[in-house]
Every structure is written in structure tokens, then in C-alpha cells.
Design a protein around this ligand. Structure first.
Ligand code: PLP
Length: 499
């Protein structure tokens, strides 16, 4: 493909993409293809002769589209959203054009320097304490996902803990102590924490304990529960070294009690003392709301914590992937992740004047992801981002009020919290089993019909439905449609009314 062919192909692709977005609400939101559908439609091997773009592009609509679940459809209310916007897509386009695995500063200084600038912008926008800024001892780094971020900081926490608690030892004695300690180290997270925390512990080769929550506390992790678990672990000879707190849990968007957690942790493993517990805040989805002053009180304790992560690609108008990880002490990451063979050495890195982000992450190479964040921050501005969040929060309240207006059919379990409402169906005859059964049946039929797409969860043993109103294209009319679909399906299944 030469430059002229690229210009035509790109114009045609962009036309198709714009048309896709303009008509997306008409598509069935969740794909209903059979597993293995695509293999049947494609040849067994690539073509011998190259094909024209026109030939290739045709297959998008006929072969790929049927197998897409349309996350950008306003009828998609499942999981948490995956934002996509035109400015962000332009960032992806330029990033692809400038492709470079820019692991060291000299590999493309703009890649590193723009990342530092936009991550500092973002830290200020989210009201993170100054210790998370690159101008102090901290800084931000873009990762692929919240899961990748938590593995990265857990590795840093593990190595810091081992280094600091064995500092007096050397030789074989040191090796033995490290082996012994590693077998006793335990990472903690609430039972509502995302599964990525447990997965990180699995990858890091440490134990994991989950901390119970209660409905009375709105499924938030409390200081008391943290204390109880720390004491239990210690009484078993285990060494807690990492705690994940959540701002916006996946099932219910609960917010852990950060203030109480900070004081509890300080009591048992004071910060900046060898053996401290590294506290990571997972704000993958709801962290986006921190752009609004009305949520910024939530960061009040963050100067006592060690790291924070939010995904711009969930609720802040940026295409996947844009996981934004901030650490209070960048040295902790670098100490754990920096290995410099001769071929990675260069005068700029040696000068100590530049950042080499390869030392802040697991992979070596990295994409130019700050471009899309920069484009989004500049296109929407702070006021635009705040309006975006507030619009969705308001729609969550609207949806919640609709559910409340039919309390004969729906029981709200939690929310609306950060545009997520969690509810179940009121059964015809009393009983938890009956309630779980009808809730599951309604949930499954709604998704099978594919007019809207929602997700479920099980919390405290209760089967619940989650509806999120944070899709970039969300509007009240779609929330009302979702409500009508839920009413009709419930009346059909529960009361035998034809819809
Ligand atoms: N943390 C929370 C609270 C989440 O809700 C999710 C996913 O929805 C994750 C972490 C994992 O996100 P990622 O896909 O970026 O790893």
C-alpha cells in the first residue's frame, strides 16, 4: 500500500467507522454467533497474492461485525464501560504511525516526556496528593490495565519488603531468610476486591487472604476488618506486606473506608518503617469521578498509601488501553524492575536526567499511549470531563428512581453508586431461593434477546443484576428503554404476562 492508496483506504475506513458509530444503536448489542463461527468463514491460510483494501474492508461488515459485542452501543450497560471517542482514536492513529517500542528516553524523547506531562496533569486533576507527582518523589506511568498495574506494584512491594526486612543479613543467611519470608508473605484485599488482586498474588508467588465485608457497611472494607485480618495473619506466623483497597468495587461500586484503613495499617505496620504494608488503591473504574470536586474528599488519605490506579479507558473517554498508575515513590518501582544490560545503556540514562519508563513496568517496549490521553484532556477540557461524569451519575439516579417506582418488581440492593445500580427481582412468593431464581431467569432472558446487555453478580450469596449508565453514548431514553425491557421481561416470567 503506497501513500496514495493509504489516503484512500484510510478515508474509506474512517467513513465506515463514523457510519458504524452513527447507527450503532440499531445493532443487536451482544453478539449471538456460535463458537468457532469465524473459522468457517475464513480460508485456512493467508492469500498467496496480496489483496486490495476494498476486498479486505468488505469482510469487516460481513465477517467481523457479526462477532462483535458492541461495547460502544448506548444499549450496552454491562460490566464497566470501555470508552471510545474520536479524539482518542486519533491518538491511536498517530501512535500507530509513530510506532516505536520506546523503552528508554532516547528511543523517542517525546514518548517519555509527554507521558510525564499528562500523568502529572492527571494526578492534579484527580486531586492526588503532591507525593504522586513526578516533580516530587512519585510519578505516573501508563500501563495496559489495572491488572498489569497491580502485578507491577505488588512486585515492587514484595521486593521492598524483603529488602528492608533482611537488610542486616548477607550471604547464605540472607538467601535463607528471603526464602523463608517469601513463603510467609501475604497480600490482602477485600472479598469485594477485583479478582486481579488475587491473580497478582498468584503471579508474585505470595499468599492471598480476603477480608470480609458486610451489607451493613455497604460492602466496603472497614478498618476493623483489616485489623482483624492482619492480627489473624500475624497469629498464624504470616507476614502481611500488601493491601489492596478499592474505590468503586466491581460488583457494587463500594468505596473502602480509606481513613480507617490508613490508621489501622499505620498502627500495625507504620509507613516508611521496614516491614510496612504497601497500600494500593484500585480505582480502575470509579477513579474517573475524581475529576469532579464533589468526589475529591475521597483522596484525603492517599498520602499514606503507596500507589493508585485508574483506567482512563473505562470511564474517561479514552480508548483501551490507558491504565494510569501512580506511585508515591518511583524508586520503589525502579529498585524492583530495573535491570540494565550493556545494550540498554546510553549516556542519557547514565546522566540520571531522564526517565526510562521500562523500569516502571513489566515489559520492555511500550506504546505512545499518552498521545490519546493528551488529545482527550485537551478536547474535552476539565469542564467537559466533569460534565461527562455528572451526566452519567445523574442517569444512574434516574434509572434508580425508575426501579423505585416499581418496587413491586424490583428491589435495589446497592446504589446508585458511580452510575452503577445493583438490584434483584421481587419474587412472587417469599424466599431467597425463589428470588435468586427469578432474578437469574430475567437476567438471562434479557441478554438472550440482546436488545440491551447487562451483567450479573453474586454478593453476600445474593444473585443480583448490575446496570451501568456510564457508556459514552448513554442517554436517559436508553435508560428508560432498559427499564422497560426489564419490566416486560419480569412481568412475562414472573406473572405470565405476554410482553
Ligand atoms: N479493578 C476493578 C475495580 C475493576 O472493576 C476491574 C475491571 O472491571 C479491574 C480492576 C480490572 O481491570 P483491567 O481489565 O484493566 O485489568
Amino acid at each position: 500500500m503506497d501513500s496514495n492508496q493509504f489516503r484512500d483506504a484510510a478515508a474509506s475506513a474512517i467513513d465506515e467507522i463514523v457510519n458504524y458509530y452513527d447507527t450503532i444503536e440499531d445493532r443487536r448489542v451482544v453478539s449471538n454467533v456460535e463458537p468457532g463461527y469465524l473459522k468457517k468463514l475464513l480460508p485456512d491460510a493467508p492469500p498467496q497474492e496480496g489483496e486490495s483494501w476494498a476486498e479486505i474492508q468488505k469482510d469487516i461488515e460481513s465477517k467481523i461485525m457479526p462477532g462483535l459485542t458492541h461495547w460502544q452501543s448506548p444499549n450496552f450497560m454491562a460490566f464497566f464501560p470501555a470508552s471510545s471517542t474520536y479524539p482518542s482514536m486519533l491518538g491511536e492513529l498517530y501512535s500507530a504511525a509513530f510506532t516505536a517500542p520506546a523503552f528508554n528516553w532516547i528511543c523517542s524523547p517525546a514518548v517519555t516526556e509527554l507521558e510525564t506531562v499528562v500523568m502529572d496533569w492527571l494526578a492534579k486533576l484527580l486531586n492526588l496528593p503532591d507525593c504522586y507527582l513526578s516533580t516530587t518523589h512519585g510519578g505516573g506511568v501508563i500501563q495496559g490495565s489495572a491488572s498489569e498495574a497491580v502485578v507491577t506494584v505488588m512486585v515492587a512491594a514484595r521486593d521492598k519488603y524483603l529488602r528492608e526486612t533482611t537488610a542486616e543479613l548477607s550471604g547464605l543467611e540472607l538467601e535463607d531468610a528471603i526464602m523463608h519470608k517469601r513463603s510467609k508473605m501475604v497480600a490482602l484485599g477485600s472479598e469485594m476486591a477485583h479478582s486481579s488482586i488475587q491473580k497478582a498474588a498468584q503471579i508474585c508467588g505470595v499468599r492471598y487472604r480476603s477480608i470480609p465485608t458486610t451489607r451493613a457497611n455497604n460492602f466496603a472494607m472497614t478498618g476493623d476488618a483489616v485489623e482483624k485480618t492482619i492480627l489473624e495473619c500475624k497469629s498464624q506466623g504470616l507476614e502481611p506486606f500488601f493491601l489492596a483497597a478499592t474505590l468503586g468495587t466491581t460488583s457494587t461500586c463500594s468505596v473502602d473506608d480509606f481513613g480507617a484503613i490508613a490508621s489501622t495499617v499505620a498502627k500495625h505496620a507504620p509507613p516508611d518503617v521496614p516491614g510496612e504494608i504497601w497500600v494500593h488503591v484500585d480505582a480502575a473504574y470509579a477513579g474517573a469521578a475524581l475529576v469532579c470536586p464533589e468526589y475529591q474528599h475521597l483522596t484525603a488519605s492517599f498520602q499514606h498509601f503507596h500507589s493508585f490506579e485508574m483506567n482512563m479507558h473505562k470511564w474517561l473517554l479514552t480508548n483501551f488501553d490507558a491504565g494510569c498508575l501512580f506511585v508515591r515513590k518511583r524508586k520503589d518501582l525502579i529498585d524492583a524492575l530495573s535491570i540494565t544490560p550493556a545494550y540498554l545503556r546510553n549516556e542519557f540514562s547514565e546522566s540520571g536526567l531522564v526517565t526510562d519508563y521500562r523500569d516502571w513496568q513489566i515489559p520492555l517496549g511500550r506504546r505512545f499511549r499518552s498521545l490519546k490521553i493528551w488529545f482527550v484532556l485537551r478536547t474535552y477540557g476539565v469542564l467537559g470531563l466533569q460534565a461527562h461524569i455528572r451526566k452519567h451519575v445523574k442517569m444512574g439516579e434516574f434509572f434508580h428512581s425508575l426501579l423505585k417506582s416499581r418496587s413491586d418488581l424490583f428491589e435495589v440492593v446497592t446504589g446508585p453508586s458511580f452510575a452503577l445500580t445493583v438490584f434483584n427481582i421481587v419474587p412472587k412468593t417469599q424466599g431467597k431461593e425463589e428470588q435468586d431464581k427469578i432474578t437469574k431467569a430475567v437476567y438471562e432472558l434479557v441478554n438472550e434477546r440482546g436488545e440491551i446487555y447487562i451483567t450479573h453478580s453474586v454478593i453476600a450469596g445474593i444473585y443480583v443484576i448490575r446496570v451501568v449508565s456510564a457508556n459514552p453514548l448513554a442517554e436517559e431514553k436508553y435508560m428508560k428503554k432498559a427499564f422497560d425491557v426489564l419490566v416486560d421481561t419480569t412481568e412475562e416470567l414472573r406473572d405470565g404476562k405476554a410482553s
